[in-house]
Design a protein around this ligand. Structure first.
Ligand code: UD1
Ligand code: CA
Length: 492
């Protein structure tokens, strides 16, 4: 598709003081994307020739983010003249001098605005030959927003900011959404005439709309019913409200696409996540980043999953999972911690209180209980005994362990890396495995057990343990005496 003769200016130069944050307002996230990211993703979907974010406060942080994730955007910088009008003026200066197309203006703090709304606004703007089109909505509580003044016959007149409004004007519940379409040439000349004589001493973009009308151009205000689309975020209360609404919409969309979500209120899904049909998401689950889940999987309750791929029919319960891959029909948890680089084969199992990192675990292999598997490769259909530690770090370097296929390792082993265990090998319980085990061998280094007779009776005389031991001895002696078999002296 060729780029349209269109520019989108995204305002992100404001200070965002009401957030009370050391981080720029537009860098706060909802659904896994910064507020600015939401605005720039929408702007980028319009296929415009120019996408121009305008920055000023904490411009280094914001510019770095834009350059990384929206490299096609042309960053403009606002100077010391404050206000949305000045911000747009600075944005326009970044366009080619002869640019005469339409300019859409959106705000970096209005994350739910969608492409469809902008497309229909743009269409109405072009079809009607308008110099400016202002998006509005009706709000039960319009506090803080600019109010839309209309004539008796409903024509747009001007926007009055909350701080500049009379008590009578404050009763108006139609507000400026902060989203506009302008004709570039007309906007440029209108902005040169906008001053800063208002309560905030700022150059208001809203005054350019009224200015164009006074100059004899056509200006319209079009309203959207869905107020969430234009909700602006100024503080952290609004941040959480808009985050909850966006999350509800994301959950609803996945449910409509065939995913069962038992409790959308406690399930949080980033915009970047994808989920297959017939998958079940149980309460308290957070799916983040580039997570992709297959079909008919079951995730939750209480799973946090970041940048992870899950296969069809996999089962994950109460676990924390980062940058991992979980194969088809694999099972994880409860209480597993999968760290980056974990790759689980089909039908494999990671059980309770197991931590993994950089671990490739083959088809059908199991690490069922209380283990740490770091920097390891495990073949197919092997079983790692309970309480096993892969000692991958000697304090200076990390080393790799390789376990073959069809291996059975005993409980409470330590694999001191680097180490290789051959196919079909066994290791005995309690073994500290320091030397490779060849295929089919049994590895063990456990010293033979020695029992010291009557140690408790002599070294712990008078304790409950000694009393219990004496009672057991007496009863054995009594039984032996009664039946008169065996020699109690040799019973050691
Ligand atoms: C603005 C509108 C108001 C509207 C509301 C909708 C003006 C004068 N007022 O008010 O009518 O109801 O949005 O959300 O436009 N910004 C800059 N440079 C600046 C000041 C702001 O780039 O000098 C950016 C901010 O980063 C933000 C956007 O413009 O992304 C809106 O600024 P904000 O201060 O939040 O304006 P509001 O008071 O909400
Ligand atoms: Ca705002």
């Amino acid at each position: 598709m060729s780029e349209r003769h269109l520019a989108v200016v995204v305002l992100a130069a404001g200070q965002g003081t009401r957030m009370k944050s050391s981080k720029p307002k537009v860098m706060h996230q909802i659904a896994g994307l910064s507020l600015l990211g939401h605005a720039l993703s929408t702007a980028s979907s319009l296929n415009a020739k120019h996408v121009v974010p305008v920055v000023r406060h904490q411009k280094e942080t914001i510019s770095e983010y834009i350059a990384e994730f929206y490299p096609h955007a042309v960053i403009a910088e606002q100077d010391d003249i404050p206000g949305t009008g000045r911000a747009v003026e600075c944005g326009l200066a970044a366009l080619p001098d002869d640019f005469d197309g339409a300019v859409i203006v959106t705000s970096g703090d209005v994350p739910l605005l969608d492409v469809a709304t902008l497309e229909s606004m743009l269409q109405a703007h072009i079809d009607g030959g308008f110099a400016a089109t202002v998006l509005t909505t009706l709000l039960a509580d319009p506090t803080g927003y600019g109010r839309i003044m209309r004539s008796n016959d409903g024509e747009f007149l001007q926007i009055v900011e909350h701080k500049d409004a009379t008590p009578h004007q404050l009763e108006i519940d139609e507000v400026n959404a902060g989203v506009y379409v302008f004709d570039a040439k007309h906007l440029k000349s209108a902005l040169t005439k906008v001053g800063t004589h208002n309560a905030q001493g700022e150059k208001y973009l809203t005054d350019a709309a009224a200015g164009l009308l006074q100059a004899g151009h056509k200006v319209q205000a079009v309203s959207v019913d869905d107020e969430w689309l234009v909700a602006g975020i100024n503080d952290r209360v609004q941040l959480s409200e808009v985050a909850a609404e966006l999350n509800a919409r994301i959950c609803r969309a996945w449910m409509m696409a065939g995913v069962t979500i038992l409790d959308p209120y406690s399930t949080w899904i980033d915009v970047t996540v994808s989920i297959g049909e017939d998958t079940l998401i149980l309460p308290g689950t957070h799916l983040k980043g580039m997570t992709t889940i297959g079909q008919a999987a079951s995730i939750g309750p209480e799973v946090v999953m970041v940048d992870t791929t899950v296969g069809d029919g996999a089962h994950v319960v109460k676990s924390h999972i980062l940058a991992s891959q979980i194969g088809d029909r694999a099972t994880v948890g409860p209480f597993a911690y999968l760290r980056p680089g974990t790759v689980l084969g089909k039908r494999s199992k990671i059980g309770t209180f197991v931590e993994t990192k950089n671990a490739v675990i083959g088809e059908g292999s199991k690490v069922p209980h209380l283990s740490y598997v770091g920097d390891a490769t495990i073949g197919v259909e092997s079983n790692i005994g309970a309480g096993t530690i892969f000692a991958n770090y000697d304090g200076v370097t990390k080393s790799h362990s390789t376990i073959g296929s069809q291996v059975r390792t005993g409980s409470h082993n330590v694999f001191v890396a680097p180490i290789t265990i051959g196919d079909g090998a066994y290791t005995a319980a309690g073994t500290v495995v320091r030397r490779n085990v060849e295929p089919g061998d049994l590895g063990m280094n456990v010293a033979p057990q020695r029992n010291i007779a009557d140690w408790v009776l002599s070294k712990r005389a008078g304790t409950d343990a000694a009393t219990a031991a004496q009672a057991a001895k007496d009863s054995t002696a009594h039984k032996a005496g009664a039946t008169d078999t065996g020699n109690p002296e040799s019973n050691q």
